[in-house]
Every structure is written in structure tokens, then in C-alpha cells.
Ligand binder design. Structure first.
Ligand SMILES: [Mn+2]
Length: 318
């Protein structure tokens, strides 16, 4: 798949009244793609909306959708961004889980299921927002300051503020061009990576206190009970960075975060150093993602879940 096909599709009459799908528990990358694409299409005179399983997080509002209003139309076209698997849409968007309904998918996950009619997948892109930027340039459409802000935020957050090994010269080149549109990148970085609500600190204290180490301290596991998040008074998007904590401990090669989602329902986030493949780890449980950061869902009693995870980790430390 190349940009020329995507360009002609986006310019065609077929591509109007567009619903843009973003993944559940939305992060900066999926929303950055969604809104940048939405503003691009609206600028081309088309009708487009972004939708998500949950309300859009307040955390990203000033940078991505300060004045966003959904448009009224009868949907003709559906585009998915940063979504590897239609299961990641969430229950409220389940009517889109039928792959014939998805016209185009733009993504950067190696584990993308290629569920759409058209797709553009570049697993070498550090963030899906990187692809959207290249696409807008390819189409010779204007990059507004708001579009630049959406895309910069998506790239910064998906790369841990340009720290991950997924970052390439192209990532920096694109980021450099994006900051030339006058966005306040220093402020975005500070709000995304340094500043957190008081409620998050309370949750981190609790989670750190109970962090478990195993396999000669090469694996760290933190557990986040649902009640802890619910009682924090902070929206869940603010806990995006929680899963990076275990790997910050010296000597840890695999950092695992277990978030309780419901009764016997857990979401795993796995982060690894260059010694291990986080994606392969999560694929064992039906999930996926990237080489150093991946996720999956596990159903079962907590003790069973812990056993499954440690058994899987044991294979790596044999
Ligand atoms: Mn992404």
C-alpha cells in the first residue's frame, strides 16, 4: 500500500461523512491521528468526526480539541487510526467490529490484523502520527498549528518523549518540522511528562509500595486495583505513564503492570529492555503491540493470572 492510493481515496467522493475510529483507553497517538485527520478532511470541505469508546480525556483537550464540535451527518466512510485489532475499539463501538465496515486503516503496530479494505501500515514509524504527518505533506495540504500540536503530542507520548529505540532520524526530522509551526513543545512536554495531578501521586505511592520483584529482581510486577483508580478522582488517561515505572528500577528487564478492569478481568502492560520482546510476551495471551511496549487482556482469578504471567516470564529467565 502506498500514499498515492490513500491520497486518491481521501480525495474521492466516496470519502465523505467520515467517522474516524480511535482505540479504547485512548492515548496521545490514536487521538493525535484522529483529530489531525479530522481537521485535514474538514479543511478539504468534507464532513468528519472522531469517536471513541469513552469521552475524550481532558488531559489532551487544550492541545488537540480545544473547540471541537461533532458534525451532523449520515456516515458514509469509516477510518481507523492506531488500531491494531478491532477488539481494541471497546464495547461502545462494537458495531464497527465487523471488518467489512472499515474502509481504511492507518497504523504502526507489527501485530496489525489488516482488517480494512484499504490499509497503510508502517511498523517502522515510532508513532502513527508520524504517518499522518507524511501523508498530509504528500497530499500537499496545509499543516495548521492545531494539526501540528496533535501530531507532535502523539509522537512525543508514543516515544516516551523521544527516548525509545523506536525513534529514528525521521522521527526527529518530523518533530523538528512540527515545532516550526509555532507549537509550544516545551509546554506540551512538561504537561505530558513532568506534571501530574495530586491524585496520581497517591496512586503511585500505593502501587510502588506493593511492587513485586521476581527472577533475581530482573522482573518487576506492579498491580493497580480498579478501586484505587476509581477513588483517585483522576481520569484514567492520567495513568498512562504508570506502566513505565517497573522498568525504571535498575536491573529490571521486564516491567509488568496489571490493571484490574473488572471482575476477573485484567489488562496487562509489558515494557522490556533490549533483552526481551514485549510483543511476543503479550501475543501469548492474544495481545500485541510493539517490540518494547505491548499489552493484552487476561481473564481469570488474580492468583491464576499471576501464575500465567510468571510462568511465561520464567521461560525468558531459564
Ligand atoms: Mn501508537
Amino acid at each position: 500500500m502506498d500514499f498515492s492510493k490513500i491520497k486518491s481515496f481521501l480525495e474521492s467522493d466516496e470519502c465523505d461523512n467520515v467517522t474516524i475510529l480511535t482505540h479504547k483507553s485512548p492515548d496521545g497517538d490514536t487521538l493525535g491521528c484522529g483529530f489531525a485527520l479530522c481537521y485535514l478532511l474538514r479543511d478539504m470541505g468534507k464532513k468528519a468526526n472522531v469517536i471513541n469508546n469513552e469521552p475524550f480525556p481532558k488531559r489532551y483537550k487544550e492541545f488537540m480539541y480545544p473547540d471541537y464540535e461533532p458534525m451532523d451527518f449520515e456516515e458514509k466512510c469509516v477510518i481507523a487510526v492506531d488500531i491494531a485489532d478491532l477488539n481494541l475499539l471497546g464495547d461502545n463501538l462494537s458495531k464497527y467490529k465487523d471488518s467489512v465496515k472499515i474502509d481504511l486503516c492507518i497504523d504502526h503496530h507489527i501485530t496489525n490484523k489488516k482488517y480494512s479494505k484499504l490499509y497503510y501500515i508502517d511498523e517502522n514509524a515510532a508513532a502513527a502520527c508520524q504517518i499522518i504527518y507524511e501523508l498530509i505533506k504528500y497530499m500537499e495540504r496545509p499543516v495548521t498549528k492545531l494539526i501540528a500540536s496533535c501530531l507532535y503530542l502523539g509522537i512525543a507520548t508514543d516515544t516516551g518523549c523521544f527516548k525509545f529505540e523506536s525513534v529514528t532520524p525521521k522521527t526527529f526530522m518530523i518533530a523538528a518540522e512540527l515545532i516550526s509551526y509555532g507549537i509550544n513543545h516545551g509546554y506540551i512536554n512538561r504537561m505530558m511528562f513532568d506534571v501530574k495531578p495530586r491524585g496520581v501521586i497517591g496512586v503511585e505511592q500505593e502501587v510502588l509500595r506493593n511492587m513485586k520483584f521476581c527472577f533475581d529482581d530482573r522482573c518487576a510486577i506492579e498491580y493497580v486495583p480498579k478501586a484505587l483508580i476509581d477513588n483517585s478522582g483522576v481520569e484514567s488517561a492520567e495513568f498512562e505513564e504508570l506502566s513505565t515505572i517497573p522498568l525504571t528500577v535498575e536491573g529490571v528487564e521486564i516491567g509488568i503492570t496489571i490493571k484490574e478492569k473488572g471482575n476477573n478481568e485484567y489488562k496487562l502492560s509489558v515494557r522490556t529492555t533490549e533483552k526481551h520482546d514485549a510483543c511476543a510476551f503479550c501475543q501469548t495471551f492474544g495481545g500485541g503491540g510493539h517490540l518494547r511496549a505491548a499489552g493484552c487482556q487476561i481473564i481469570g482469578r488474580y492468583d491464576e493470572v499471576i501464575k500465567k504471567i510468571t510462568d511465561r516470564a520464567a521461560e525468558l529467565f531459564k
